[in-house]
Every structure is written in structure tokens, then in C-alpha cells.
Design a protein around this ligand. Structure first.
Ligand code: F6R
Length: 234
């Protein structure tokens, strides 16, 4: 793992932008994308740049089960607002939260991933070490599936909803196995509340108790941390 420590999330966004720009220049055409607070500065840098994604494909990690694409709290809406309204991709894939048949939707998404191997996967990390919505205990071999969110994730994500009771209990998520297929992985973590998970991811044992520790087994991972998120590294 290559570790880059920056002052704050603004600098982190710039460092991540440089990695996107270099990948695009080298021919990367399939970008795995994340939502949440962490990638916001990266998306802002992309939006403010002249990088051209018109020939590129994006594939998002996850979506809440039950939310329609036009629900303002959906990850579809987030991506539209933060990136896609400004940067057009040739095609953007996300799991469809309101799909009528869950199994068909899961199969569709796995076929998307097979047809479009990811060149660069952007990730955040949960306070419990999750990547995507792969909560502790998830097998490292899993592909896309429906997952139950843990109470800590529901609590952490309730800031995007009226209250915790409104947060969907399930999500579709690319599995850790799907994530590890990406040729290059870029994980960002900012803030004190990520410090414990970050230390476990980088310096702890490789264990399903910390899903992000699976990244230790991938040959091309860059981690961008601000000083607060790096504070527990030895
Ligand atoms: C989002 C995702 C999650 C988040 C993680 C951190 O698509 O898959 O794993 O990256 O929960 O969330 P933030 O960035 O909001 O702290």
C-alpha cells in the first residue's frame, strides 16, 4: 500500500484528483465510484477540471434498497448532484434501489462488472472498517449482493435522512471480491473518527472483522489520509 498523508480533505481531494488524471491519461476508462462525505473534495476537483470522461464508464459501489433513483436521498441523486450534472460519462451504472426483482438486479450488476472491469476504484471507509456496504464479517470473496446495514452504519448515515428510523436497512453493494478485481484502488479517509479503522486496515491483521484489511492483499492500493485519520498509525 502506498500511503499519502495530507493536511486536510481539501489537499486530499487534490491528491486524489492527480491520481484520476494520471489514470485517465494512461488509458483508464472504467472508474468505480463511491458516495458519502469523503469523496466530495475529489468530485469538486474533477468538476473544476477539464478532464474529459465522455469516453469513460462509471460504476458505483452501492445504493440503498427501496429508494428510487429520483429520491433525493438516493446515491443516484448524490452522484447526479455532485458529479454527473457537470461531468458526462459515456455510461454510468448504479444498482437500482427500487428494482422489482432483487436477484435479477444483483445478477445484472455482476454482469456489468464482468463486462467492464474497473481500472480505478475510489473508496471511503466506514468507522467500523467497511468498504462499500461490506460490513464486518463479510467474506472477501463476495460479489454484488443485498446486505443488511449495521446499527453503526445506520447511525453514521442518518445525517443524510430526517432521523435514523428513515435510513433504509438494506443496500445493494459490490462485494469485497468485486472491489479486489479493480486494477487500481484509491481509498480516502479524513477525520479523527476514521483513525481506528484506518490503523486496522493498514497495520492490523487481514481479517473479515475489518473488511478494509482485505486491501492489504491487493497489489495496487493508494491510501490518502489527512493527519487526523492517520493519527493511530504506528
Ligand atoms: C459509499 C460507501 C461507504 C462510504 C463509507 C464512508 O458509497 O460505499 O463505504 O465510503 O461509509 O462514508 P463517509 O465518506 O460519508 O464517511
Amino acid at each position: 500500500m502506498k500511503i499519502i498523508i495530507v493536511k486536510d480533505s481539501q489537499q486530499g481531494g487534490k491528491a486524489a484528483f492527480n491520481i484520476f488524471a494520471a489514470a485517465l491519461k494512461k488509458g483508464a476508462r472504467v472508474f468505480g465510484l463511491a458516495t458519502g462525505s469523503t469523496p466530495l473534495t475529489t468530485y469538486q476537483e474533477l468538476v473544476n477540471s477539464d478532464l474529459d470522461f465522455a469516453q469513460a464508464i462509471s460504476i458505483n459501489l452501492d445504493e440503498y434498497v427501496g429508494l428510487k433513483a429520483d429520491d433525493p436521498r438516493s446515491y443516484h441523486a448524490y452522484m447526479q448532484k455532485k458529479l454527473f450534472n457537470f461531468k458526462k460519462f459515456k455510461h454510468s451504472f448504479l444498482p437500482q434501489g427500487d428494482a422489482a426483482d432483487e436477484q435479477v438486479e444483483i445478477e445484472r450488476y455482476n454482469q456489468v462488472l464482468t463486462a467492464h472491469p474497473i481500472d480505478l476504484q475510489l473508496l471511503g471507509i466506514g468507522q467500523n472498517g467497511h468498504i462499500g456496504f461490506n460490513e464486518p464479517g463479510s467474506s472477501f470473496a463476495e460479489k454484488t449482493r443485498k446486505v443488511a446495514l449495521t446499527n453503526s452504519t445506520i447511525e453514521a448515515n442518518s445525517r443524510f435522512f430526517e432521523n435514523a428510523a428513515e435510513v433504509p436497512r438494506f443496500a445493494y453493494s459490490m462485494g469485497i471480491g468485486s472491489i479486489l478485481q479493480a486494477k487500481q484502488i484509491l481509498l480516502e479517509a479524513f477525520g479523527t473518527n476514521k483513525a481506528v479503522a484506518v490503523a486496522k486496515m493498514i497495520q492490523g491483521p487481514v481479517t473479515t472483522a475489518c473488511p478494509a484489511s482485505a486491501l492489504q492483499e491487493h497489489p495496487n492500493v493508494t491510501v490518502i489520509l489527512d493527519q487526523a485519520a492517520a493519527a493511530n498509525l504506528k
